[in-house]
Design a protein around this ligand. Structure first.
Ligand code: RUQ
Ligand code: CUA
Ligand code: CA
Length: 652
């Protein structure tokens, strides 16, 4: 569809225009604030003139939040109590959100370029992202889904978080001291890389009580290997469950499975990892993917898989050097040696989540109105030969409502499941659900349901999948916002809502619009992170430590230009190069003061990036246009920021 050029001043008469005219007329008559909303404004008025004199809010009658979690509004001078680490979906990066305010504090680029920070432009970021032999980026798109943070002793240790790229099967790691991506790893032989989850301790070595692995699920089945020869041979299609070393970010091993993976969970004892499977049919088309009544949650016995690799029981796929173990169920029937076991769950389940008491995994039903609660000790009992049927590890299947997608927890025995089709969150009690499943018909596990706006997907409560789950705030990511915000054209923002879950009933506290389309997130108390706000010059091998060391060095056509920044000037303020040169420009910000970031841009050369205090970045580019090019500071740093510039003089 192409849009016809249109004079925006000429208004057509679409439905509703009559009402707008009426409202305008009403406002002109000075009765606007009552008539506009159709009722008296009931929300507590702000004291300033802006709110008192402005238009009434569209949802003027919304009840004020009064739960025990505290106020949502963070007045100037106060800080949010929690960090939210958010995945940005097909924007391809990650975000840091202040909770409870919902304010976006930072975008953390990883898979796609970002002109603010120079991600994808500087040599350092390109080395993390990966380049083709000609130096251009290997990928310029990304689709981030799942965000998880590193653990120690069952709670977040504030060191790292990870995020996946569904499109190109990459996993990125962020350092949480500087909030920057430091590694990206490509998973071999994987398409539709979806869920991730770090382990919470080692399955064998009790001294390793922190994250050393990240497990990764493959959603789309592809030929193994995918080299163009077995395009139609379904026997050759498969999916892999991948283990990445959390510290080196190398791929440790992969497990070939039946069906597919979707989301991933890990147990608190490190022994089990699991993925929900919606395509046991191994079908290519959705109608067929729904043909079975039950699919599965597939459990991996991590120690046995790693023992098999030590014993040399693995193969390779295509050119990949990664060891691949056979975790197809038909080859893992004997409980004593099996590396996997399948627990059957109803029709096309979605999220799998670990309860903070360490006892259960909960699969959300999606096409079944239920959640399935799986007792992890019983799964281990099956592996030990003490339980004859793995499905006996199912201890509850509460009916929660239509379209269950993801589940979170409050640390007080309750679970909260998003209902995509009902546009609700259902709070339910795990032990009551277990009692009911065991035959006690008198208990009702459903505690409360609340409307959210609209079609929720992801959900997470503060510290929910840690041993310190505290049940204070719960964020819900709504895929549709419809009428919640000012219209901004056909693309609606999405709606992150914050709920207070300190009481028996959930209370909807806050809406905030988000640019599409956020996915998964985790929320942790602010004192669990220890951000550094100034870099250390010594961490940068290329740093120019003094202004005296700046200037141009020439080696044939290869030219190195060393520049420093100290507000409000670069040193040097000009340099000469020639057409045909290959310039590597290294910029060190010698300013030590917190918040004193400088930018650096060169017209016509596609160069733009920032340097934070005591940071060094470099760019390499070919000189192909003669003339004078003013490089200048892009980040407002000083009263003389506009004067902060210099000349790149290019001789023909
Ligand atoms: S998974 S709703 Cu549910 Cu990637 Cu996002
Ligand atoms: Cu330096 Cu603006
Ligand atoms: Ca299915």
């Amino acid at each position: 569809m192409s849009l016809k050029a249109q004079d925006p001043h000429i208004e057509k008469e679409p439905a509703g225009i009559g009402r707008r005219r009426f409202l305008n007329a009403a406002a002109a008559l000075g009765i606007g604030s009552v008539t506009l909303a159709g009722c008296k404004e009931e929300s507590k008025p702000a004291q300033g003139g802006a709110a008192a004199g402005g238009a009434a809010p569209a949802h003027g009658a919304e009840a004020p939040h009064q739960g025990g979690a505290g106020p949502v509004h963070i007045p100037p001078g106060q800080l949010d109590t929690h960090y939210g680490l958010w995945s940005s979906g097909h924007t391809g990066d990650a975000r840091v959100i202040g909770i409870p305010s919902g304010r976006e504090l930072l975008r953390m680029p990883c898979f796609v370029p970002d002109p603010l920070t120079g991600w994808g432009i500087t040599n350092e970021s390109k080395a993390v992202m990966g380049t083709k032999p000609d130096g251009t980026l290997e990928y310029v798109v990304g689709d981030t889904h799942h965000m998880q943070a590193s653990y120690k002793d069952g709670i977040y240790d504030g060191k790292y978080c990870w995020i996946n790229d569904k499109i190109n099967a990459r996993i990125a790691r962020f350092r949480l001291d500087y909030f920057v991506c430091d590694k990206i790893t490509k998973l071999p032989n994987v398409q539709g890389f979806h869920g991730i989850f770090p382990d919470k301790r080692d399955p064998v070595d009790p001294a390793i009580n922190y994250t050393t692995r990240v497990f990764c699920g493959q959603e789309f089945r592809i030929p193994m290997p995918n080299h163009g020869k077995d395009l139609e041979d379904t026997e050759k299609y498969g999916a892999l469950f991948t283990c990445v070393d959390a510290l080196t970010m190398d791929v440790k091993w992969q497990a070939r499975i039946n069906g597919n993976c979707d989301l991933v969970a890990t147990s608190f004892d490190g022994k089990l990892a699991a993925t929900n499977q919606y395509n046991l049919e191994e079908a290519d088309f959705y109608a067929e993917m729904m043909s079975r009544e039950r699919d599965a949650c597939l459990f991996f016995h991590v120690a046995r898989i790693e023992q098999a690799i030590k014993d040399g029981k693995f193969t390779h796929i295509g050119d990949s050097k990664v060891p691949v173990v056979d975790c197809r169920v038909e080859n893992n029937k004997d409980p004593k040696s099996a590396m996997v076991v399948r627990v059957s769950v109803p029709k096309n389940p979605h999220g799998v989540n670990a309860s903070p008491d360490g006892k259960y995994f909960v699969c959300s039903g999606k096409l079944s109105p239920t959640c399935t609660v799986i007792d992890l000790q019983k799964v281990l009992d099956w592996f030990d030969g003490k339980l004859d049927d793995p499905d006996k590890s199912i201890v509850a299947e509460p009916e929660v409502g239509l379209g269950p997608l993801h589940t979170t927890f409050d640390g007080r025995g309750n679970a909260y499941t998003t209902l995509f089709l009902d546009s609700q969150v259902c709070k339910w009690n795990i032990e009551k659900a277990i009692k009911k499943y065991a035959g006690d018909k008198t208990v009702n596990p459903i505690v409360h349901k609340i409307d959210v706006m609209y079609q929720p997907g992801h959900i997470n409560a503060t510290c929910a999948e840690t041993k310190a789950a505290d049940g204070i705030w719960m964020a819900v990511g709504n895929k549709f916002s419809k009428d919640r915000f000012l219209p901004v054209g056909p693309l609606h923002p999405e709606n992150d809502q914050l709920l207070d879950i300190t009481g028996e009933q959930m209370i909807l506290a806050h809406d905030n619009a988000v640019r599409p389309e956020p996915h998964d997130f985790v929320i942790l108390p602010r004192d669990w992170l220890h951000p550094k706000q100034v870099y250390n010059l010594d961490d940068f091998p290329l740093a120019t430590k003094s202004q005296a060391d700046t200037g141009v060095t020439r080696n044939g056509k290869k030219v190195t230009v060393r520049i420093t920044s100290v507000a409000p000037a670069y040193e040097p303020t000009e340099f000469n190069v020639k057409v045909g040169d290959e310039v590597t420009l290294i910029l060190t910000n010698l300013d030590k003061v917190e918040d004193l970031t400088h930018g650096f841009a060169i017209p016509e050369y596609n160069i733009q990036f920032i340097v934070n205090p005591q940071e060094t970045k470099s760019v390499t580019f070919k000189i192909d246009k003669p003339g004078v090019f003013w490089y200048y500071c892009t980040n407002f740093c000083h009263a003389l920021h506009l004067e902060m510039r210099g000349r790149m003089i290019v001789e023909p």
